[in-house]
Write a protein that binds this ligand. Sequence first.
Ligand code: EPU
Length: 430
Amino acid sequence: MEQYAIKGGSPLVGEVEIGGAKNAALPILAAALMSDETVYIDNVPEVSDIEILLDGMKNIGVSVKKKGRHFVTINGGNVTSIEAIDDNLKKIRGSYYLVGALLGKYKEAVVTLPGGCDIGFRAIDQHIKGFKALGADIRIESGVIKAYAKKLVGSHIYMDVVSVGATINVMMASVLAEGTTIIDNAAKEPHVVDLANFLNSMGANIKGAGTDVIRIKGVERLHGTEYTIIPDQIEAGTFMFAAAITKGDVMVKNVIPKHLESISAKLLEIGCEVEEADDCVRVVASKPLKPTHVKTLPYPGFPTDMQPQITVALALSQGISIVTETLFENRFKYVDELTRMGGNIKVEGNTAIIEGVEKFSGAGITAPDLRAGAALVMAALAADGFSTVDDIKYIRRGYEDFHIKLQGLGAQIALVDSERELRKFKMKIG
Ligand code: EPU
């Protein structure tokens, strides 16, 4: 079974190029089927969640062509079925964007209920509330969500919780509806804005994305477009924290620094230097890390998808820190693994109390989910000695070439697939 083999203890130094945002690409690719004309999308990350969504789209007759690693053309002119049901789609969260896209275009959708990382209970009541407000009938049967409407009519929808997925899904379902839809208490994440920009480039009429209130005036049809997906905020943040965790000096390139403000602010607070330029951010960790308190919040707050990475950094700081997770109740599963590496962390409910230690020690660890997996790799890179990280399939869901990018920063990390390869790696690094 594939795993990462890691020899820790050296700082990461150098430059790393950030790819397109997975969580923007998922809804944008799904929304592309809403036009009968060809849509050209660039900066699509090559990660497994995206591959699964694209395969699911092909299975319902969407023409999907990859040209190069990051350029995809989509044509939804010959969709043969509104039923997107397969075992793979079940594994990813983004599959539910097919409900918004198909319902919006064909007024009907039958889609496997989404899975995604096991980070806690992940309700979809706000998606359903939004679809119903637009006039759809929604049923959930045998793990499948069925949506049907004679016609969709704009409505005023107040979201009871700020939800990225529900905001995006309702936006997609309403772009071709009759009249105006208002989404109140909308999510403001950069990927919500990116989807709105993409849909507007296809002829939609969406205003206010990035604020609490999004207004969508229904249009008759969507046309083809060319679009480039924004850089991945969380991939960028992960490498920024990799600099802090390994006491390194990393230039993170091809980013939108505005999207990284909450991450940069915490890095400054814990004693790193952060230099911003137009499209890159440099993080230098030359002093011992200081403790801090952090609470995950919807954008522009500190992202839940960066919670494991900051926890790993704080576990190596000089003092006591508190991390509160307010979005997902099961997002501290990796703490057991960190404890096995020498971390001193106590989890009480949705709070981790962290007493910083001087060093981690290498161990055989397992990635419990995507972001925690990446954070544990970084812990191993900072640890004394040798580690292996299992279940790297989770990391592949959202990080393209993770170990190769880390190697580019001087990390001693290899992807190994057998005992023999593992021995070879150990011999090589000594
Ligand atoms: N919620 C509800 N009802 C709903 C929808 C959400 O109560 O109908 C709650 C959730 O239980 C959670 C909170 O609202 O407590 C936020 O959930 P949200 O809907 O915003 O999350 P999501 O759409 O399921 C996306 C990302 C996650 C990221 C969250 C928060 C995708 C495919 N997934 O999930 O990304 O953590 O937003 O920013 O975009 C990841 O990339 O590792 C990842 C888990």
